[in-house]
Ligand binder design. Structure first.
Ligand SMILES: Nc1nc2c(ncn2[C@@H]2O[C@H](COP(=O)(O)OP(=O)(O)OP(=O)(O)O)[C@@H](O)[C@H]2O)c(=O)[nH]1
Length: 966
């Protein structure tokens, strides 16, 4: 289901995006910008905050209907509290305010009063029909005394019960606490302790009285308190009572109490213990004056009786509540000494409740949690020392389903982290690698930094040959190798091992050069995609009789993107019609200016077939390396490098070619390459000769690894074989998880401005593919003219070409985080799939100005997605099941399409829409939860708090989908 975006919601609600963002921030939800998507619970929260929106009307009515008779009159001017998602309100324990909410500064104002109420009834917890069971039941049984929270909250004066009206001391704590099945632990724990310490003492009494009186909801006090001194947030009733059993016992309770209670109860319970609670979390509490007041009032008296029971409450009452308990009575109450529970409470002190009512240790909003790509809930739980099951519950309330071991994408972790007060950082493969090594006390960066000229020695350049098909790459590589063999490499039989090293004489000095024997930029970029930087210099082969072709340009762009210097080999000069000068001219257009024309690119005319000018080419490579690069490495340490290729040999096991980049590899060394590990049993060079050791830039074939590494996997040798094995095992586990993880979405035209705003990006990389070169050029030219309105943002076309979008384009986009623009072209086979998997955005246009418009808008941060409503399916209600737990469930049969959980729905009766803007909040097939049910199948549908359903009604579902642009 497409999640709504902020601007879209704002439109629906008749407000500006800015207002919506502001409101969300007030509500403790952080959104990046108008085009950010919001999760269903957040959406509800926003809707609740703007009750005037059409979609909320029915709910409002409902709220009114449910209002308890005894409740005080509503403050006239105040926003209607009940409107705040009333359905979810009173009965559900879920009413508890979200802990993550920001503290509301203004305590006594209506605004403040209202907000908490809304929060309290926030959709999230309530969303889950399954978590609320007890709470629900309870409420039902004590229905009359359970007014809507929303209604209660805003009423200041009326709400706060006077001490006199307080419940009898002996009376059991009302249903209130019980309302919140989750509240008990924390609330109770703390409160009790404090109570015993007498902290609450002095304050309460006075407070309560005051609170009960004219003050705004007594909450006045509770409300404003940020982190809630003593548990401001906590409902008086607090903890224990959460148990359903208590629910019905509210009888004796003073009316005052009752009125506001329900919401409070839940809310309070859920709230974190004051000490631990970050200010942010306290907010809701504080903000909930109405509730607080009430609770407080109620507590005052109550604790008297229930002392022990509610010890907690004393403190917990948001305003008055706190004082009462211990304050008035001077002690915590009777039920002490339950050591076990006490211990548990102690334990709970370090935790705070959260959405969904589970207890999870929380961060302070800044606490950084780093996770590897592909991490699961288990990993997250391990990092924050939480119970994975609790995290699943939280996630569920945020609208996401996951199992403990399922890998989650970055977005989901961020959502979860934001909810719990953590900043989640999903680390890149390079960071990951670094961290992995660090966990074994290996720090390659520090190692490299610590090497100065004393230990560094010149190493040979590593060269990759690239170029268009049939321009002679393979032939040239052969020619180069043969040059060397001819010069007498021990007469060995040259074999292909993925890379080879040759020696040549440059300016009277013997120099070694290493060539990667897999020509083409595909392998080059595939390795780069794994984070391997193998190539120092690229040789671009262009056939002099053919000229610059699409893959020439592609290769050139790939090399440029990797910032690798290029030497051009103009090949086939022996052929008739060869025109090396033409090639020079052509490549000038792509920024490769020959030295003889005043540029800095060396061009060498060669004939691979005839072996012409090969030495000159080798010399040019060496000179370019000398001029542009400082190629040094420390040979006197354990080897580090990259796996170039590998295969499984029947007789010899895993045979891998590795390129040593620094250090020296010896026979017998323990090494790990990707997920392969072992000891080097034997090593061979490209001529099949056994070698004892291999230094920097030396490719060797290695025997002895447990399995085959992939091309581009880094390898290191370790002191102990055990370390190598453990590193391999960790990588394997991470790989497994990463495979399962949803791929991270890379940059898109729409997300670019957000990425810029976050400081993550300042350049929009584009790859342009078009049907004719004229169009591509025109588009590129116009793109380059886009005025981004400042220096901070720029557009860079990293590759352009004619023809279909290929896998190579996607690979390049993956590495350089680019968006691919297709002009009158479509992707080649399986390319869309690859792009999807890699999160690369493909945009297609048929009109140039449209493409320009969008790119410009992206750069200027103005591109807004357009959405349309798309029908998903419809179901006919065959039977209505009334469930005390979950409200009415529509036993239905899917008539068309598909019914998806969490999708939007409308109820149609006799052809008229009875209610729009509903959500499929629960969906079941028999007894099992289902995420979707298809045509022809029966299912049970729960529409959340909306219960007005009848046999024969039709439930139509829809979702908003982004409109493709043309
Ligand atoms: N006349 C002439 N022909 C050459 C020369 N170099 C390569 N060829 C021929 O061009 C054809 C393609 O050469 P390859 O080396 O296979 O080209 P490639 O770029 O490796 O081709 P792919 O592997 O398909 O990408 C072969 O028939 C070669 O014999 C040369 O210098 N002169």
């Amino acid at each position: 289901m497409a999640k709504p975006r902020v601007h879209q919601l704002a439109k629906e609600l008749g407000i500006t995006s800015k207002e919506a963002i502001g409101k969300l921030q007030e509500l403790g939800e952080f959104v990046k910008g108008p085009s950010s998507t919001v999760e269903p619970p957040v959406e509800k929260k926003l809707r609740s905050a703007f009750p005037q929106a059409a979609g909320e009307k029915p709910a409002e009515n409902q709220a009114k209907a449910a209002e308890p008779k005894g409740s005080a009159p509503k403050p006239s001017g105040a926003p209607k509290p009940g409107v705040a998602k009333p359905g979810a309100a009173a009965p559900k324990p879920g009413n508890a305010p979200k802990p993550g909410a920001k503290p509301t500064a203004k305590p006594a104002t209506q605004q403040a009063e209202t907000k908490p109420a809304q929060k309290a009834s926030g959709p999230r917890p309530g969303n889950n029909p399954f978590s609320t069971q007890q709470g629900m039941n309870r409420n039902e049984s004590s229905a009359p005394s359970a007014p809507k929270p929303g209604a209660a909250a805003p009423k200041p004066g009326a709400a706060a019960p006077k001490p006199s009206g307080a419940p009898k001391p002996g009376a059991k704590p009302g249903p209130r606490p019980g309302n919140n099945p989750f509240s008990s632990q924390q609330g109770m724990g703390k409160r009790n302790e404090r109570g015993e310490r007498g902290q609450g003492g002095p304050r309460p009494a006075g407070r309560n009285q005051r609170g009960g009186g004219p003050r705004p909801a007594g909450g006045g006090q509770g409300g404003p308190r940020p982190a809630g001194g003593n548990g401001g947030p906590r409902p008086a009733g607090g903890g224990r009572n959460q148990r359903p059993a208590n629910a019905g016992q509210g009888g004796p309770r003073p009316a005052g109490n009752n009125a506001p209670r329900p919401a409070n109860a839940g809310g309070g319970g859920n709230r974190p213990s004051p000490n631990m609670m970050p200010a942010k979390m306290a907010a809701p509490a504080a903000g909930a004056p109405g509730r607080g007041g009430n609770a407080g009032g109620g507590n005052g008296p109550r604790r008297g009786g229930g002392g022990g029971f509610n010890r907690g409450p004393g403190r917990g009452g948001p305003g008055g509540g706190r004082g009462n308990a211990q304050g008035a009575f001077g002690r915590g109450g009777g039920r002490r000494g339950k050591k076990k529970k006490q211990n548990r409470r102690d334990q709970d002190q370090i935790q705070a409740p959260t959405v969904g009512g589970v207890v999870v240790p929380r961060g302070d909003g800044e606490t950084l949690i780093r996770l590897r790509r592909g991490a699961s809930i288990m990993d997250f739980a391990e990092k924050i020392n939480a119970n994975p099951a609790s995290l699943i519950t939280v996630l569920f309330h945020l609208g996401e389903m996951a199992t403990q071991t399922q890998s989650l994408d970055e977005e989901t972790f961020e959502l979860l982290g934001a909810e719990l007060g953590y900043k989640v950082q999903v680390v890149s493969p390079e960071d990951e690698e670094r961290e992995l090594f660090e966990s074994f006390d290996i720090n390659l960066d520090a190692e490299a930094e610590g090497e100065d000229d004393d230990v560094l020695e010149i190493r040979p350049p590593v060269v990759t040959v690239m170029g268009h098909v049939d321009h002679g790459k393979t032939r040239l590589l052969d020619a180069i190798r043969n040059t060397n063999v001819i010069e007498g490499e021990a007469g060995g039989i040259t074999q292909h091992i993925g890379a080879y090293q040759i020696r040549t004489e440059v300016e009277g000095e013997e120099r070694a050069l290493t060539f990667i024997d897999t020509p083409g930029h595909e392998a080059f970029t595939a390795m780069r995609a794994r984070g391997a930087k193998v190539t120092d210099i690229a040789v671009l082969v262009v056939a002099a009789d053919d000229g610059v072709m699409p893959q020439t340009v592609e290769a050139l762009n790939h090399a440029k993107a990797a910032e690798v210097p290029i030497v051009v080999a103009v090949n086939k000069i022996d052929k008739e019609g060869a025109s090396p000068d033409k090639i020079r001219g052509q490549l000038t257009e792509y920024g490769l200016i020959p030295e003889e024309y005043g540029g800095d690119t060396m061009f060498v005319d060669v004939s691979a077939r005839q072996g012409l000018n090969i030495d000159e080419l080798l010399e040019a490579i060496c000179l370019t390396a000398d001029g542009a690069l400082e190629l040094t490495a420390n040979p006197n340490k354990e080897a580090r490098g990259v796996a170039i290729e590998a295969n499984l040999d029947k007789g010899r096991g895993a045979v891998s070619t590795v390129l040593v980049q620094s250090g020296t590899l010896h026979i017998g060394d323990a090494i790990v390459a990707g997920v392969a590990h072992g000891r080097v049993r034997a090593m061979f060079d490209e001529n099949g000769n056994a070698v004892q050791e291999a230094g920097p830039s030396r490719p060797v074939q290695v025997l002895g690894l447990s399995t085959v590494p992939r091309a581009g996997d880094t390898f290191i040798s370790t002191e102990e074989e055990r370390t190598a094995r453990q590193i391999a095992e960790k990588r394997e586990a991470a790989d497994r998880n990463a495979m399962l993880a949803k791929r991270r979405k890379r940059v898109t035209l729409e997300s670019f401005d957000a990425a810029v705003a976050e400081g993550n990006m300042d350049t929009l990389n584009l790859i342009i593919k078009g049907d004719v070169s004229g169009a591509v050029e025109a588009l590129e030219e116009s793109i380059m003219k886009i005025d981004a309105g400042g220096d901070e943002v720029q557009v860079r076309v990293i590759h352009r070409g004619v023809g279909a979008i290929t896998q190579n384009d996607v690979n390049l986009a993956t590495v350089d985080n680019a968006v691919i623009i297709g002009f009158n072209v479509r992707p080649a086979e399986r390319v869309t799939e690859l792009a999807d998997r890699e999160g690369v955005e493909l945009k297609f246009y048929t009109v140039i100005y449209r493409a320009l418009e969008e790119i410009e808008a992206a750069v200027k941060g103005m591109l807004k997605p357009e959405y349309e409503e798309v029908e998903l399916g419809s179901a006919e209600i065959r039977e209505v099941f009334r469930s005390s737990k979950w409200g009415n469930i529509a036993g239905s049969i899917v008539k068309s399409g598909i019914i998806k959980r969490n999708s939007k729905a409308r109820l149609v009766r006799d052809g008229n829409v009875v209610q729009d803007n509903l959500t499929i909040e629960s969906l079941r097939r028999f007894k099992d939860d289902a995420t979707e049910v298809r045509e022809g199948y029966e299912c049970g549908i729960g529409l959340g708090s909306f219960n007005d359903i009848k046999d024969g009604d039709i439930i139509e579902t829809w979702e908003l989908q982004e409109k493709p642009r043309v």
